[in-house]
Design a protein. Structure first.
Length: 257
């Protein structure tokens, strides 16, 4: 019995040593292979990058062949292409989209611009045009168009029919002045609005207009933005009263004279 126990212990010891040696050899083999695997991965990544660089910057397989413009009409799209000045028949990835965005941003007709690439052959230009809400008559007779943010972005000979035109003194229209005009024309009763003859801005944000009513032509001193609904109600009441001028610049204390 003692001999059998000693033999079993010897066999187990031998087996344990063999297993440990095998594990050690496997770890050593993996350690020897690791630098080769790493080198292979790095080489593969560099090769893939080289292929991408060659395809995108030097080959004729990914040429910029067309410019797609989004966000504007076909007529405006032609103008956008001219301003963006994106090159064609060159490798797509070599096109400087940032420079094209800069050229578009310098033209104030658009609020937001974005230039991107779409493989394999397309440059995409997305623009959000400014919307004219007011025109200011210049000394030359032309009209400068403003958006609701008070940005003057275009000068035209004839403004769109839907854009009210005002005369301005003191350096044009401010943001508050534009809002005041828009509020005034939007809040007035439609019958009074149809009778408005002209609108002027002074000091950037003080609105004055003349309106034709049954009793003749009245001058309305509207003032700045705010309290538009109250001012419009007062004007509707006071145009029926005697006097040539209606002052609602302070709605709590309207005046006719």
């Amino acid at each position: 019995m003692r001999l059998l126990t000693r033999a079993r212990a010897t066999d187990e010891a031998g087996t344990g040593l063999s297993s440990a040696r095998a594990r050690f050899e496997r770890r050593a083999a993996r350690a020897r292979r690791r630098p080769w695997l790493l080198a292979l991965l790095v080489t593969s990544a560099l090769a893939a990058l080289g292929v991408v660089v060659w395809l995108g910057w030097f080959s004729s397989l990914l040429l910029a062949e067309r410019v797609e413009v989004r966000g504007v009409s076909a007529a405006q799209a032609k103008m956008v292409r001219q301003v963006a000045a994106l090159p064609l028949d060159v490798p797509l990835l070599s096109v400087d989209t940032t420079a094209a965005e800069g050229r578009l941003e310098r033209d104030r007709r658009w609020v937001r611009v974005s230039v991107s690439r779409r493989l394999p052959h397309t440059l995409v230009v997305e623009v959000t045009p400014r919307v004219a809400v007011l025109g200011v008559r210049l000394g030359s007779g032309q009209v400068e168009l403003y958006d609701l943010e008070g940005v003057a972005f275009r000068t035209v000979d004839r403004p769109p029919a839907s854009v009210p035109v005002v005369s301005a003194s003191g350096g044009g229209a401010s943001v508050d002045g534009i809002r005041a005009v828009v509020q005034a024309l939007s809040a007035l009763d439609h019958r009074l609005r149809k009778g408005v003859l002209d609108v002027s801005l002074s000091g950037g944000d003080r609105v004055t207009f003349r309106v034709e009513v049954a009793g003749g032509v009245r001058t309305v001193l509207w003032g700045g933005p705010g309290d538009a609904a109250t001012k419009a109600k007062l004007v509707a009441i006071l145009v029926k009263e005697p006097g040539q001028t209606i002052d609602v610049t302070v709605p709590d204390a309207p005046v006719t004279r």
